[in-house]
Ligand binder design. Structure first.
Ligand code: NOJ
Ligand code: MG
Length: 531
């Protein structure tokens, strides 16, 4: 039987993802910062989350809003100082909470001193820290590899007559992870932060680190549609998920393992059967390869049920699952499925087996912002206008109250607030016992109180149509979660069991006794305590 003792903080816990530019501004420059985050820790503690993951806060020219780093061991002045970071870390620790930072090892900024040296001459000792190749015979790029944000993944450097590879923007040159010095320099970066007491890292594009050593062309993708993003014209078989990447991931993990209870999360967008290989054959790779199925799949009960069951069955023995409903690269859940259904989605996220990651603002049901053409910030949108690929809408400022700019900043916010921030904000919702925020507080409290939810077994149960029904069990304690993913009433059979409603997404039927079936209203989910 599982016991609390055997579960680590990141298995029991809930991760809250902060996009720091948009959470809370403290100095009126319209951009969120570390002191802003620190100011909101009471809120996060009350919400009940266990760990905060901050998207990158390191010095950056902001070509990709911090995912282009020019110094891995500093804090960008726009976010604050290293002592602000230390203060935030100890304030979190004082509350029994953890801090996870974002590690971006695949590429640096082109302004990083390593790249400046590397591009300075072919003979520079750091030349091979990056991927430099001669032009093709016609003078064009060395092969057909495409950049994620559009165009060739190769940019030429006239001064040295070669091209360098960048999986993302030209301002984000890829490091050469076959080079032992790159590996040890990056291990040093991880140690720098773990020595300061940081509790873990989310690792950017972990499956990209190694590219084909023969630089073979990627084949065309027969299923390509423009809405997928420009690089999807080709199948990235030679640019990502290469077999040798696992050696690198294992090496990185060993660094984490040399400290007690540090967490390594991998950002990996791959089909599930490939994703689970990043746990490692001996569970010696990522603790949590991010599972993005709830973001990527159509919001349909049978599809999601199959995905849950399949994921459980593919997990290597001993591997701990995880679930993500939203992040800074995808439209917000309330925008994707609607606000009513987003409550059901929250119940799903917080009652599944595995560590949930909650994207800031989703707990109040925040919608994407409309971004007028003259306020577009994300170059992904500028490169590919009108395809819906830009990520500004979901990176919108957190709505705290009904004051000007929703309490996010006293200045001009870098991105527009959601249109209805006067009513959809923390202050308004905290006063409303049936709000989305109240639902999140209740769900999180329930998950914390019920070991069956935090760490129990997952039991698939029969269901059809718009219903998604499953059980959770820990010792003798049994719970059933019944979710209506549709807009019509449904009756969910729960076998021979009777039970009591512990929580409904509508927050109005707690304590109700149910017999062999539970009636669900449109967009309603319930958690039942069986017996
Ligand atoms: C994934 C990050 O989540 C995304 O925001 C970024 O643009 C790319 N990696 C490149 O670092
Ligand atoms: Mg600021």
């Amino acid at each position: 039987m599982t016991t609390a003792i055997q579960h680590l903080w990141w298995q029991r816990g809930i991760v809250y993802h902060v996009y720091p530019r948009s959470f809370q501004d403290s100095d009126g420059d319209g951009v969120g910062d570390l002191r802003g985050v620190a100011r909101r820790l009471d809120y996060l503690q009350q919400l009940g989350v266990d760990a905060v993951w901050l998207s990158p806060i390191f010095p950056s020219p902001l070509v990709d809003f911090g995912y282009d780093i020019s110094d891995y061991c500093g804090v960008d002045p726009r976010f604050g100082t290293l002592s602000d970071l230390d203060a935030l870390l100890s304030a979190l620790h004082d509350r029994g909470m953890k801090l996870i930072l974002d590690f971006v090892p695949n590429h640096t900024s082109d302004q990083h001193p390593w790249f400046i040296e590397s591009r300075s001459s072919r003979a520079n000792p750091r030349r091979d820290w990056y991927l430099w190749r001669d032009p093709a015979p016609d003078g064009g790029p060395p092969n057909n590899w495409l950049g994620h944000f559009g165009g060739s993944a190769w940019s030429s450097d006239p001064a040295t007559g070669q091209y360098y590879f960048h999986a993302f923007f030209p301002g984000q040159p890829d490091l050469n992870w076959r080079h032992p010095e790159v590996r040890s320099a990056m291990a040093g970066v991880v140690r720098f932060w773990l020595d300061r007491g940081v509790d873990g890292f989310r690792i950017d594009v972990l499956w990209h680190l190694i590219k084909d050593d023969r630089f073979r062309d990627n084949p065309p993708n027969p299923d390509f549609r423009p809405g997928m993003g420009p690089s999807r014209r080709l199948l990235p078989i030679y640019t990502a998920d290469r077999p040798e990447v696992h050696d690198v991931v294992r090496e990185l993990r060993a660094v984490f393992d040399s400290y007690p209870e540090r967490l390594m999360v991998g950002e990996i967008y791959l089909p599930v059967e490939r994703l689970v290989t990043y746990y490692g054959r001996n569970l010696d790779e990522a603790h949590l390869p991010f599972n993005f199925q709830l973001i990527r799949l159509p919001w349909q009960a049978s599809t999601i049920k199959q995905a849950i069951d399949r994921y459980q069955s593919l997990l290597p023995p001993g591997a701990w699952p995880n679930w993500v409903l939203g992040n800074h690269d995808h439209h917000r859940i309330a925008t994707r499925v609607g606000r009513d259904q987003a409550r059901v989605a929250a119940m799903l996220l917080l009652t599944l087996r595995g560590t949930p990651t909650l994207y800031y603002g989703d707990e109040i049901g925040m919608l994407d912002s409309e971004i007028p053409a003259d306020r577009v910030q994300d170059p992904y949108e500028r490169n590919n206008p009108g395809l819906g690929l830009g990520r500004d809408p979901e990176r919108n400022p957190m709505a705290w109250d009904a004051t000007r700019h929703a309490g996010f900043t006293t200045g001009e916010p870098w991105l527009p607030l959601a249109a209805d921030c006067a009513t959809c904000n923390v202050e308004v919702e905290a006063r409303d016992p049936r709000s989305m925020l109240s639902l999140h507080r209740r769900l999180i409290a329930l998950r914390r109180a019920e070991p069956a939810l935090a760490m129990g077994d997952y039991l698939p149960l029969d269901c059809s149509g718009d219903l998604l029904v499953y059980g959770r069990r820990h010792g003798d304690r049994r719970l059933i979660v019944a979710l209506n993913l549709g807009q019509r009433p449904q009756r969910a059979a729960i076998g021979g069991f009777g039970g009591t409603v512990a929580l409904s997404t509508h927050l109005d039927r707690e304590g109700e006794a149910v017999g062999g079936a539970v009636d669900l209203r449109p967009d309603e989910g319930v958690v039942l305590i069986v017996g």
